[in-house]
Design a protein around this ligand. Sequence first.
Ligand code: ATP
Ligand code: MG
Length: 432
Amino acid sequence: MADMFNSIRWSNADPDMAERSADVVRTLLRHGHEAYWVGGCVRDEYMGRRVNDMDITTSALPEVTCSIFPKVIPTGIKHGTVTVLMEGQSFEVTTYRVESGYEDHRHPTEVAFVEEVTEDLRRRDFTMNAMARGIDGSWVDPFGGRADIDRQVIRCVGDARLRFREDALRMVRCIRFASVFGFSIAVHTWRGILSERDTLSWIAMERIRSEFEKILTGPAPLRGLELFVRSGLYARMKAPFPYTGHDTKAIEAMNGIKPEHSTIRWTLLLLACGISAQEAEELLRSWTFSNKQREAIVKLLALHESYRQKKEGEATESARHRWVKLVLAHGAEAAQGWLQLQKALNHTGAASASLSVIEQLDGWLRELRIRSLKDLAITGNELLESLDKRGGPWLGALLGQLLEKTAAGLINNDKESLIEEAKRVVIQNEGL
Ligand code: ATP
Ligand code: MG
């Protein structure tokens, strides 16, 4: 579709995504509307950061956008947002709009479409997020977003107090950007947080958690948490947030954990808060974690609590058995995560296992072929049959014992050996 509109080059975006998004912008222009790239993609490209998605803002009304493109999803059509599908890529195309009537500090009650791109930019949160670029690379940067990026400052568009009062989540976003980009916060913007912080209690934990995830998986979680504590925001959420900044070693250790391992980073945060596995269960529920992530974190904490160092004079074999038992009780995944966590804690001097011990435990874990009941060469039913007994709670306990012994290498994992051991255990128990 190369024609009268020469397109800018995007150095930090997937070339296919950039090309398809340019198709969207050009098509809108050709129909006589205005259209720009806007928000995060413009900011990230300017900062030399990877561009993940490309949003477009246009003067075309949502129904018009829908009629221009063959494949659209009316995602948030009332608020002006339409998702345009373009050869496997998708883009959010939003009509220039202003918002008003944020009575609950989180949702605008009214949205009005407007004619000027500058008006649309004015409703956005920070100067660096309130910039747009045209097809030819031209800039619309009415609030000095580039200058603020150059100075490495986060600054609200307009009056910070009003902007935070409209939508309290912006305060958390502010800290998230400061922490992830390593930027400072403009004085007025910071004062705005201090004066409006009570309104944070209106915001759904879901949205706060998603900002928090970005702080934790970013390059400087400690800074984000410090700002969170210093601003007083930490004490004003719907759900409790027990971090008070005393244990920084566990937080510093996050830098030793890959960002994609967010479960381990969250576990470190809970350790820094002195939260037990049992307490974590409820806390993570209140933070609206998915069951899967909550369980993974709780298992890691539980393993951490049960781990005991090798005692003076304890035989290596016995230490190995204890470790195998822990792995079986909490799962191999939790064990792997815990070893990584310990490695990271070693660098900040807060580990409960030394590097040489970690290496040994890691070796034992890798050797471990039998990790759960499904790896056993016998099923519960087969056991019942060969023992000629009826099922009951004792069966689970017996299977557990067999699992432990095979995993530790004390008996072989074949039917015959397992049945033999089962009989021995049953006779022993009945003799009691
Ligand atoms: P990220 O890199 O995490 O995607 P982002 O700035 O792109 O950051 P999005 O949630 O994708 O964040 O929002 C896209 C754009 O929408 C922002 O750049 C900003 O212009 C605007 N925006 C998002 N959330 C708010 C908000 N709470 N208040 C005002 N404007 C917002
Ligand atoms: Mg974005």
